[in-house]
Design a protein around this ligand. Structure first.
Ligand code: PLP
Length: 437
């Protein structure tokens, strides 16, 4: 391993002096557009004048930035956690004179705190929180105009593919879904009207690894933006904005929240122009998270590093067991010898993640059966939380892409390896595989 981009406090430290909406203490409320102005770029007026004891985290380690980055004790009370500001509107002292917040769709302190915090972790200058990962993706896709061309990976998350092809496609977006593992495949589909290339790495559910720097070079040579969905890796494992990505998106529902108790999304960037446009869309379309959702995601961020470390350790132990089990066909995990993305993974990732997929030697019936036989691995959609989950992508998370370029193998099972005792997880999976009919 290279030691990883995030390990040294490197890239993300660039924004460590505050980053995001909080890069300037007087701009904590910069996520707070004005309802009257419709949140027009630059319309945020004023901010909290004092932000308490915020620590300058520039150059500090990932864990310190996760806990203190971009945020500090609540200025009005000293509460060490940003409170859940359950207020839809904010008093103005005179018309247009306020403390940075007017109406909670445009901005509220709980959201601003999370936005600044995650921006620091991703090495972004600006972070915008949304009501779900797909709401964030929708805002990013709205940066495009009818007639523009979008390139997606041919195994992107099914919901991403559905949003692009069935919502934005009919509105005029031209879309190609291709294998982005080989950047030559991308070069072949680039056209003059290609305005955005979308990367997910590792991919969901096939755990392919895409070379972010190589794809960024192709996208930028053709004048297109590069968007990276960093949901599977998280900023603890890789920092796409330091590798050429223009925008990072997240489903914070997953590892960032980390406890299966919140749905949320994010878009992050270093470009002031993109940040302004995304902030405008955030306010104008209104797909914003509530303050409690923001609190829960921010609480998750604080323990992200220790959780990710254990997710990766447990996943590696499970991979070892699966490799040797006769009921298993192929195991998909970036560290395995022969994984086509192994070399790229070692270069751009700090560790290999907590997601593991595998096929069953006896095909689809066995894949479906094993999902019903585990006891500690819960049969459920979603991923990235403390509890281990098992699912059949073809019939569950990726059912909507059946028959398309993004259809997933029917004999595939996906695991989200949680934080339970590794030996218990291994024993659970082993009994499920041993007992297959
Ligand atoms: N991106 C990836 C990689 C996902 O796995 C998901 C959901 O599973 C999403 C985006 C969408 O996020 P949400 O469910 O929060 O809308």
């Amino acid at each position: 391993m290279s030691g990883g981009p995030a390990g040294s406090g490197g890239g993300a430290g660039a924004a460590g002096s505050g980053g995001g909406a909080g890069s300037d203490p007087d701009a904590v409320g910069s996520g707070a557009g004005s309802e009257a102005s419709g949140g027009e770029p630059g319309a945020a007026s004023g901010a909290r004048s004092s932000d308490g004891d915020r620590i300058d985290v520039a150059g500090l380690g990932f864990e310190t930035r996760a806990i203190h980055g971009g945020t500090g004790a609540d200025p009005s009370t000293g509460a060490v956690n940003t409170p859940v500001y359950l207020s839809s509107t904010f008093r103005q002292e005179a018309v247009g004179v306020h403390r940075g917040y007017e109406y909670a769709r445009s901005g509220n302190p709980s959201r601003a705190s999370l936005e600044a915090n995650l921006a620091v972790l991703e090495g972004a200058e600006w972070g915008l929180a949304f009501a779900s990962g797909l709401a964030a993706e929708d805002a990013v896709l709205r940066l495009l105009a009818p007639g523009d061309h979008l390139v997606l990976p041919n195994d992107a998350y099914g919901g991403t593919y559905r949003l692009a092809t069935r919502v934005h496609g009919p509105a005029g977006l031209l879309i190609d879904a291709v294998d982005l593992v080989d950047p030559a495949g991308l070069e072949a589909v680039m056209r003059p009207m290609t305005k955005m290339v979308w990367v997910e790495t590792p991919t969901n559910p096939l755990l392919r690894v895409i070379d972010i720097e190589a794809v960024a070079a192709v996208a930028h040579r053709h004048g297109a933006l590069l968007v990276v969905d960093n949901t599977f890796a998280t900023p603890w494992i890789q920092l796409p904005l330091t590798m050429g990505a223009d925008i990072v998106v997240h489903s914070t529902t997953k590892y960032l929240g980390g406890h299966s108790d919140v749905v949320g999304g994010f878009a992050l960037t270093r470009s002031p122009e993109l940040a302004d446009r995304l902030r405008f869309l955030q306010n104008s379309t209104g797909a914003v998270p509530g303050p409690l959702d923001c609190y829960l995601v921010q609480r998750g961020l604080k323990s992200l590093a220790v959780r990710m470390e254990r997710h990766c350790v447990n996943a590696a132990i499970i991979v070892e067991m699966l490799k040797g089990h006769p009921a298993v066909g192929n195991v998909l995990y970036p560290s395995l010898p022969g994984h086509p993305g192994g070399a790229v993974a070692r270069r751009q990732m700090r560790a290999f993640g907590g997601m593991v997929s595998f096929t069953l030697a006896a095909g689809e019936p066995a894949a479906v059966e094993v999902c019903a036989r585990t006891r500690i691995f819960t049969l459920a959609e979603s991923l990235g939380a403390v509890e281990s989950l098992i699912e059949h992508p073809g019939r569950m998370t990726h059912a909507s892409v059946a028959g398309s370029t993004n259809e997933v193998p029917a004999d595939l099972v996906r695991l989200s390896v949680g934080l339970e005792t590794a030996e218990d997880l291994v024993a659970d999976l082993r009994q499920a595989l041993d007992g297959l009919g």
